[in-house]
Design a protein around this ligand. Sequence first.
Ligand code: TYD
Ligand code: MG
Length: 455
Amino acid sequence: MAKASASFVCQSCGATTSKWSGRCEACGEWNSIVEEKPLSAGPAKKSLGAARGRSVALSDLSSTEAPPPRTASALSELDRVLGGGLVPGSAVLVGGDPGIGKSTLLLQAAAHFAQAGLGTIYVSGEEASAQVRMRAQRLGLDQAPVRLAAETNLRNILTTLEQEKPKLAIIDSIQTMWADNVDSAPGSVSQVRAAAHELTSFAKRHGTAVIMVGHVTKDGQIAGPRVVEHMVDTVLYFEGERGHQFRILRAVKNRFGPADEIGVFEMTGAGLAEVLNPSALFLSERGQPSPGSVVFSGIEGTRPLLVEFQALVAPTPHAQPRRSVVGWDGSRLAMILAVLEARCGIPFAGLDVYLNVAGGMKVSEPAADLAVAAALLSAREDAALPPETVVFGEISLSGALRPVAQAENRLKEARKLGFSSAILPSGGKAAAASGMTLTQMADLTAFVGDVFGAG
Ligand code: TYD
Ligand code: MG
């Protein structure tokens, strides 16, 4: 008889080892290895094929299934990110830094979904009911038919939900939940995983939509990381800079809608206000055209969004010049600096480079390459780009400019906001009918020569 020995499993990547260690060899995560006992300590079971199971009903791909009935709240930015409203029985995880506004967002969501007719229970594991009530008063939502509980014991919560049968349960936060059948501290990876698993399967069994709050660790992962993201249907991140009032709700995974969709909110004294025209908001701080500032016409999810890139290039007193980026990828910046140097002969050695996306927005599209290059050149040459101009295009390592998707939508949005000309790569489906003056270029050298008369 084989000895039923315990094994040690990394709760982050799932790697199994025979002994405990402080750091997972496979994924490098610290403190993620937990002892897991086999389910049954009895003699080794026969393989599954040896005993007959029950045969499972099969169906065709072609059988028609009605799309899930969705409930819309009055928060259209939230509905958009969810893929057009809340799907019954779906499990949603909302991650974000502490203090960013997750509880505020979900209390507003709870009130609006309750007013839209969904029976809603809000369970707070972090605050007392009185505190939640005070926040509801401040938000002017204290009349909404939301039922409150302050509880951390998962067994009690599940029993309550089973009795009350709400259509929506909000759990704030998953890190405070405590399952008494798992012996580790609340907030530990196994607790978070167990709680997320219980709540997700409850959602599926009862058709109750469950929204869970998850705090994010310093390196940007929801604590108890990947395992939770796999379990749920939808993962949303609530992000923003502390000093800014803008907050962005981003879908990073959605089984019921497009990923990468964003909703934009503004934190005000009376809670989160929706921003229905975010381009205007991100550009509102713009003054006169100035060197180093370039407007990029981007696409976030299904929606065009104009943001401003700001660059500062200054001689460095240090041997190793600084490369500092906020809101854009540092290695992508290094690549663009290298292409400018190698293909266009414009060196940045001996110069500090600072790049910033205005308004606390994060941009990850390669389509912003050309706007970044333009901002860097404009800062370096101390020459502003022509006013009312937007820029977009991808840069390849050869220095060629590649056309990007949805050029037409990008141009339309720019025009809507009062821009009259655009610099973009040649080729692709450029919309001549956009009513904008288009300057199309094949490579970065042409751009440098034409726009800055340098290179
Ligand atoms: P909160 O929702 O508690 O954040 P989280 O749940 O993500 O930790 O919100 C925290 C911040 O939001 C807090 O610093 C105060 C601010 N706030 C406002 O500015 N206006 C408001 O109406 C509310 C309720 C909060
Ligand atoms: Mg909170």
